[in-house]
Design a protein around this ligand. Structure first.
Ligand code: SAM
Length: 281
């Protein structure tokens, strides 16, 4: 360790062997490892015969822990930061500690490795040139649907993280808001025993889960196609045009004209019109 630094170290997302040589070297040589869950970390460290001292840094103590890390650096010590799985600060704590360290004038050194989103993308075989990493959708259905409506017109593959107890409800909402036709790749339990990567349409996903109750277990990355070419680039524009036309015309006529004007897909405009009629706000 040349100078006191915070090493931001990626750890496995399942298979304990998915850790780089450099990560193991850093974890052995630092003075302290700041870990999201020290018990989980001990398991990983034991597996690799590492005995470095641990301290806890999780979402409930991150500010205080960040200050402790800065103090350790001030004493000339080096610290590694790890989360429960994958890359720290990606849908995980870590960003506050890194910011505090950098603000105090010490380097934050990335030691890259596993990340569930990139792992899923690498094996999904999707030729999308761009993707948008969203992470976890809101847990509550109404907020989730609002977020999805804001994402609907984006022409980028959408990358979501999801927990097993919400995955079916979330996919149902994704289908309801983005339409049944888009493709989804469900990447489950990556690098683990029951690793599954399944692609189908959003409309078919519920049936796929219903066929095998085991498919709902574990951890999930969901890759959902972006808005198809031709779909209006701005859902807000479609909504405004449609609202104006619906005030003057019967629904069917308003939908047809709004689709013509905005070049959005007629089915999508029709679905939007039904939602707007049901819920005018
Ligand atoms: N920092 C991690 C990373 O770099 O990917 C993400 C941590 S986030 C708290 C945990 C979520 O990541 C899970 O709920 C799941 O959506 C996704 N995830 C983590 N490990 C996974 C795995 N082995 N297979 C599929 N998804 C996984």
């Amino acid at each position: 360790m040349e100078r006191p630094s915070l090493y931001v170290v990626a750890t496995p997302i399942g298979n304990l062997a998915d850790i780089t040589l450099r990560a193991l070297d850093v974890l052995k040589r630092v003075d302290v490892i700041a870990a999201e869950d020290t018990r989980l970390a001990s398991r990983l460290l034991k597996h690799h015969d590492i005995t470095t001292r641990l301290m806890a840094v999780h979402e409930h103590n991150e500010r205080g822990a960040a200050q402790k890390i800065v103090q350790l650096l001030a004493q000339g010590k080096s610290v590694a930061l790890i989360s429960d799985a994958g890359t720290p600060a990606i849908s995980d704590p870590g960003a506050l500690a890194v910011a505090a360290v950098r603000e105090a004038g010490y380097p934050a050194v990335p030691v890259p490795g596993a990340n569930a989103a990139l792992c899923a993308l690498s094996a999904a075989g999707l030729a999308a040139p761009h993707f948008l990493f969203y992470g976890f959708l809101p847990a509550q259905a109404a907020a989730r649907k609002r977020e999805l409506a804001a994402l609907k017109a984006l022409p980028y593959l959408l990358v979501f993280y999801e927990a097993p107890h919400r995955v079916v409800a979330s996919i149902a909402d994704i289908a309801a808001v983005l339409g049944d036709m888009r493709k989804i790749t469900i990447a489950r339990e990556l690098t683990k025993l029951f690793e599954t990567i399944h692609t189908c349409s959003l409309g078919e996903a519920a049936e796929w889960f219903a066929q095998d109750a085991n498919q709902v277990k574990g951890e999930f990355v969901l890759l959902v196609d972006g808005a198809p070419a031709g779909e209006a680039a701005d859902d807000g524009v479609v909504r405004r045009v449609l609202a104006a036309l619906m005030r003057e015309l019967p629904l069917k006529q308003a939908v047809k004209l709004a689709a013509d004007i905005t070049e959005a897909r007629k089915n999508d405009v029709y679905e939007l019109a039904l939602r707007m009629k049901k819920n005018p706000d």
